[in-house]
Design a protein around this ligand. Structure first.
Ligand code: NDP
Ligand code: MG
Length: 366
């Protein structure tokens, strides 16, 4: 059997390293072609050695080499760069890959129509790696989509699930990046703590499954055992469960449509004493409300939500603003900025840049 050629973008990150583990466990199935990282040279070289990848590229001095290397036909490109920095590599990868497995949710939130149009144009299959969307994908019967009443995304609630707004005032970056169930990069850990991660995931689900906002619900489920659910009109609810380990959705995406053994953890039901589900509190976690407002307001608003959040999270991690100010800043920027026409990639990147400049101004003037 011919091995599948695979590219891993963001190979040194949390998802990237889990992907390296999966690929290393299946050397007979995968032929790694290209790995990328931003600045962690030693980690990139180690990953390249471990899976014997043909090329490894750092992007800290510019992405020209990465973009050129992506113009090589492969079976799978796994997109695990963090933030909008992943958009151009993702768009470049789509024409040359049969499957693009996307963990990097920010480009889908800010530029969903563009990414999907490019995939459609080239007949490229987009597979979700984000655990909730991967779960939905596994139980979403596309031929019966008119019989699907809603998608239910589960959320762990993050480390501050039970905190009052007052308790949240003094949260430090070190506290915010310690997630109770998942081990992840700093940016998504902060997003989980503010629940902006779930806000981004609502919009991600809207694009990946072509579902309107009113058919996407969120349930807080602190145990992170049920990774998401699909409810059908007859009342049947199909859920995907597993240990909170990204190797499971990564293995699913790399093996699809087959199933491969995963080097990750398995769920031990005897150690799961109970499963809780509760409605999210939109007063304490206003990010979720913003996601629904942005779905109503359109693509420009979704781009603003993402860009302002990336800038605000960086400012929080840098000690410039407090925890509560992250989402407050995003909401302020959403209220201040006029919607723009972002039909071309150039217009989109230009608007994204301006939103970031404006958000910095808001942060500095606070
Ligand atoms: P990490 O911060 O751990 O890793 C990010 C990766 O992207 C690293 O390889 C990093 O390189 C690279 N990178 C950072 N900045 C740039 C840039 N400007 N240009 C190119 N490459 C860059 O992130 P995660 O692995 O946690 O998350 C990756 C994506 O997957 C995010 O979009 C996140 O939302 C999503 N995701 C993550 C999950 C998780 O469990 N971690 C779960 C679901 C989704 P270097 O190491 O050299 O800095
Ligand atoms: Mg997720």
């Amino acid at each position: 059997m011919t091995k599948k050629k695979i590219n891993i973008l963001g190979a040194t990150g949390s998802v990237g390293q889990s992907t390296i583990d999966v690929v290393a466990a299946h050397r007979d199935l995968f032929d790694p072609y290209l790995l990328s990282a931003h600045s962690k040279k030693d980690a990139l070289v180690a990953a390249q050695k471990r899976v014997d990848a043909t090329h490894a590229v750092l992007t800290q001095n510019g992405s020209a080499e990465l973009l050129a290397r992506l113009e090589h036909p492969v079976d799978i490109t796994l997109a695990a760069i963090v933030g909008m920095a992943g958009l151009e590599p993702l768009l470049k990868a789509i024409p040359y890959a049969k499957v693009v497995a996307i963990a990097n949710k920010e480009p889908l939130v800010a530029a969903g129509p563009l990414v999907l149009a490019e995939a459609k144009k080239h007949g490229t299959k987009i597979l979700p790696v984000d655990s909730e969307h991967n779960a939905v994908f596994q139980v979403f019967e596309d031929t019966q989509r008119d019989k699907i009443s809603r998608i239910i995304l589960t959320a762990s609630g993050g480390p501050f699930r039970t905190f009052s707004r007052d308790d949240m005032c003094d949260i430090t970056p070190a506290q915010a990046i310690k997630h109770p169930n998942w081990s992840m990069g700093a940016k998504i850990s902060v997003d989980s703590a503010t629940m902006m991660n779930k806000a981004l995931e609502i919009i991600e689900a809207h694009y990946l499954f072509d579902m309107p906002a009113e058919r996407i619900d969120v349930l807080v489920h602190p145990q992170s055992v049920v990774h998401s659910m699909v409810e059908y009109v007859d009342g049947s609810v199909l859920a995907q469960m597993g240990a909170p380990d990204m190797k499971t959705p990564i293995t699913y995406a790399l093996g699809w449509p087959d199933r491969l053994t995963s080097p990750g953890q398995k769920l031990d039901f005897t150690k799961v004493s109970h499963l809780e589900f509760e409605s999210p509190d939109l007063e304490r976690f206003p990010a979720l409300r913003l996601a629904y407002e942005c779905l109503r307001d359109g693509q420009a608003a979704q781009l603003v939500l993402n860009a302002a959040n990336e800038v605000a999270v960086a400012a929080f991690l840098n000690g410039e603003i407090g925890f509560l100010q992250i989402v407050e800043t995003v909401e302020r920027v959403l209220n201040d900025l006029e919607a723009q026409n972002i039909s071309s990639l150039e217009a989109l990147l230009d608007f994204d840049k301006n939103v970031r400049i404006y958000t910095r101004d808001v942060i500095i003037s606070q």
